[in-house]
Design a protein around this ligand. Structure first.
Ligand code: AVJ
Length: 317
């Protein structure tokens, strides 16, 4: 599929997913739709916040261990990055890697991908870069990648894996494994289980950027799907669910109200929520088990001194 056709397919999926999600008993919206242009910018802002420890903790681990990671990955490898966004994490890794063979960033936002390609291409003109626009959870996107002759490593940083339920995470890593041959690799980052106060502050930051990020989904529905959401009639909520080991993000209706989307009406009770995101937290043991059960042999991990965050290298078996 070319980029324009891919764009149309994504708009149709958005409409279907929103209408189905708002019709469900527990209203829900897939978190991947948080990342339109405004949402992606707000997310980048979240990453700079003191309360949001994830990004800087990951960056510290990368800064300290990038050489070791590049060694684990090995020479002449093609790096594939699902959900690459602005591709800023891959750049230093590609520079540390020994003669990388290519870089394939996958993302649903063509604007961000194309800007990133220009930037990386300017700095490393000899590296073949091929952005692929689409949803990395769908099999069809992976079929767009050409045959890659040498070794491949899937690079999945940012603890994006946290947005998937345990069942979805199994399916996703299995999908990654399907793209790989024995000896290929996966470099996977995950946020670790920790004190709930620290966790909740990260998703309910004092500068209210996460609130804006969450509510932007309603603004996007208003704009793209002819929605009538009143943003002031919803509040941002984020809490850690200890048993499910995840932070849940919701939008709470502050009153009994009706909202229209694509000409259809949806009723909200006062206090009723739309579940907009899960952010699952892992123990090192759970992470290892996840890798083992999806066709990988865990090799090595790197973490920070507080064990807030981990990056695992695993080999496809
Ligand atoms: C992009 C999945 C890493 O779950 O921490 C940040 C998204 N949501 N603040 C996360 C997010 C609210 C984020 N990830």
């Amino acid at each position: 599929m070319n980029m324009a056709a891919q764009g149309i397919a994504i708009v149709q999926a958005f409409e279907q997913d929103v209408l189905a999600g708002l019709a469900a008993p527990q209203k829900t919206l897939p978190c991947k739709y948080l990342y339109d242009e405004v949402g992606s910018r707000l997310f980048e802002e979240i990453c700079t916040l003191q309360d949001y420890y994830l990004t800087r903790t990951e960056a510290d681990i990368f800064a300290r261990e990038i050489q070791a990671m590049a060694e684990a990955i090995g020479p002449q490898v093609t790096l594939i990055e699902p959900g690459a966004g602005n591709c800023e994490k891959a750049e230093p890794l590609l520079r540390a890697m020994l003669s990388p063979a290519g870089y394939f960033p996958l993302d649903i936002s063509p604007e961000i991908l194309l800007a990133a390609r220009q930037r990386i291409q300017r700095r490393t003109p000899e590296l073949p870069i091929r952005p692929v626009v689409g949803d990395f959870t769908s099999h069809s996107v992976w079929r767009e990648l050409p045959e890659i002759p040498g070794r491949k490593v899937v690079f999945f940083p940012g603890s994006t894996i946290g947005n998937f339920t345990p069942e979805q995470a199994l399916a996703l890593l299995s999908l990654f494994a399907e793209q790989l041959r024995p000896g290929d690799g996966l470099l996977l980052a995950a946020d670790l289980v920790k004190d709930s106060v620290v966790l909740e502050r990260a998703y309910h930051d004092s500068s209210h950027v996460t609130e804006a990020f969450n509510k932007n989904l309603l603004r996007r529905i208003n704009r793209e799907l002819d929605g009538s959401f009143n943003l002031d009639a919803f509040a941002h909520r984020a809490f850690y669910h200890r048993l499910r080991r995840r932070v849940e993000m919701h939008l709470v209706s502050l009153e009994s109200q009706a909202v229209e989307v694509c000409g259809r009406q949806f009723h909200f009770d006062e206090g009723e929520t739309i579940h907009t995101e899960n952010s699952h937290k892992y123990t090192l043991a759970a992470l290892k088990e996840l890798l083992r059960s999806t066709g990988f042999q865990p090799q090595q991990y790197w973490t920070d001194h507080q064990q807030h965050y981990a990056i695992y290298y695993a080999e496809a078996v």
